[in-house]
Design a protein around this ligand. Structure first.
Ligand code: SF4
Length: 305
C-alpha cells in the first residue's frame, strides 16, 4: 500500500478486481475471478460514506482501477464530494497513454502510484507475468509527470529483484518519480503459492534496500519502506512507512475495514517474545505474520538503541 505523509484520514476504495497483469506476488488471490467491478452507484455511495466518516484523502485501487470504465466519472464525483487528495494506485500500464494521464489530472486526480518492480524488462515483466509491461509503466511514469501529477511509485521486494533495487532506484529518479517505496512481499495469494523461490530473507535484502534508499536520498527524493522492521533499518529509521501511514478506512469487495492500521497491527503483523527487549518495541509493528512462519525469528535481533 502506497503512503503519503499527511494528516488527512484516508479512504482506500477498491473499485474493481480484474487486472491486466498476473503478478507472481499478487496478494489478491481468487478475487479477480470472484468479484465483478463495482458499479458507479455503489462507488458513489462508498465515496459519500467515506467522506462522511472524515476521509479527505482518497486512494482508488483494485485490482487495476484504470481498467474501470467509469474511472473519470468516479474521480469527478470524488472531487465534487470534497476529497482533497485523490490518488490512483495502479500497475501503471494504462498511463502509457499521455492523454489518459491528462484526463485524470483534469478530472481531479492529484497523485498517482504506479508499480515498477525492476530496472529492466527482464526483471519487471517476469514478476508481472505480462510481457511489455515494463516499457508501458516506465513510459507511464514520465507521462504522469508531464501531466503535472505527483508520482509515488511502489516496488514489491522479492528474490528476483533484490539485487536490482539500487539500479531500479536510479531509474525511478531518472524518470522523475517524486517518491519511491520498497515494500516487502506479503506472503498471501500468489506470493504464498510461489513462496519457495519468491520470498527473500530480510537479512539478505537489507544491504540492497539501503543502497536503493541512498540513491533516492542523494537526489532529495522521499523514500520509504514497508513491512521491514526496525532491526533491519538501522540508520534508516526515518524511511519506515508504518510510522506515518495515515488512518485508513478500506472499502473492499465484501467488507469495510474501519481502521486498517489497527487491523494490520492486531491481525496482520506479529512480534516475537524477544521483541519485548527491543528499543523499538512500541514503535515497531513486526513483520507480516506469514514471514516467521516460513523463516522463524533468528534474523530478528532486538535493538539496544
Ligand atoms: S520489535 Fe522485534 S521485529 Fe521490531 S525491530 Fe525490534 S526485534 Fe525487530
Amino acid at each position: 500500500m502506497q503512503i503519503r505523509n499527511t494528516p488527512l484520514k484516508r479512504i482506500d476504495l477498491k473499485v474493481s478486481f480484474g487486472c491486466n497483469n498476473l503478478c507472481r506476488f499478487c496478494v489478491q488471490g481468487e478475487k479477480r475471478e470472484k468479484f465483478a467491478a463495482k458499479d458507479l452507484a455503489r462507488i458513489q455511495k462508498e465515496l459519500r460514506e467515506g467522506y462522511a466518516s472524515g476521509g479527505r484523502g482518497l486512494v482508488l485501487t483494485g485490482g487495476e482501477p484504470t481498467l474501470h470504465a467509469d474511472l473519470l466519472k468516479i474521480v469527478e464525483f470524488a472531487k465534487k464530494t470534497g476529497y482533497r487528495q485523490i490518488q490512483v494506485q495502479s500497475n501503471g500500464r494504462m498511463f502509457r497513454y499521455a492523454d489518459f494521464c491528462r484526463e485524470l489530472a483534469a478530472a481531479g486526480v492529484t497523485e498517482a502510484s504506479p508499480a515498477l518492480h525492476g530496472s529492466t524488462a527482464q526483471v519487471h515483466d517476469f514478476l508481472t507475468g505480462a510481457p511489455g509491461s515494463f516499457k508501458e509503466t516506465a513510459a507511464g511514469i514520465a507521462n504522469l509527470k508531464k501531466a503535472g501529477l505527483r508520482v509515488m511509485t511502489n516496488t514489491v521486494i522479492t528474490k528476483p529483484n533484490t539485487q536490482d533495487l539500487p539500479a531500479l532506484a536510479r531509474l525511478l529518479a531518472g524518470l522523475g518519480a517524486d517518491q519511491f517505496q520498497f515494500a516487502f512481499v506479503h506472503i498471501l495469494g500468489s506470493a504464498a503459492r510461489n513462496a519457495r523461490w519468491l520470498i527473500p530473507k530480510k537479512a539478505v535484502i537489507e544491504p540492497f534496500v539501503k543502497k536503493g534508499l541512498d540513491v533516492g536520498l542523494a537526489k532529495g527524493l522521499r523514500v520509504m519502506t514497508e513491512a521491514i522492521p526496525f532491526c533491519f533499518m538501522q540508520g534508516y529509521e526515518h524511511c519506515v512507512a508504518e510510522d506515518i501511514i495515515p488512518r485508513t478506512k478500506i472499502f473492499d469487495a465484501e467488507q469495510v475495514i474501519e481502521d486498517f492500521g489497527a487491523y494490520r497491527r492486531n491481525k496482520g503483523k506479529v512480534k516475537a517474545p524477544k521483541c519485548r527487549k527491543c528499543a523499538f518495541y512500541a514503535r515497531c509493528e513486526g513483520p507480516w505474520r506469514e514471514y516467521p512462519q516460513l523463516f522463524g525469528w533468528d534474523e530478528f535481533i532486538p535493538r539496544t538503541a
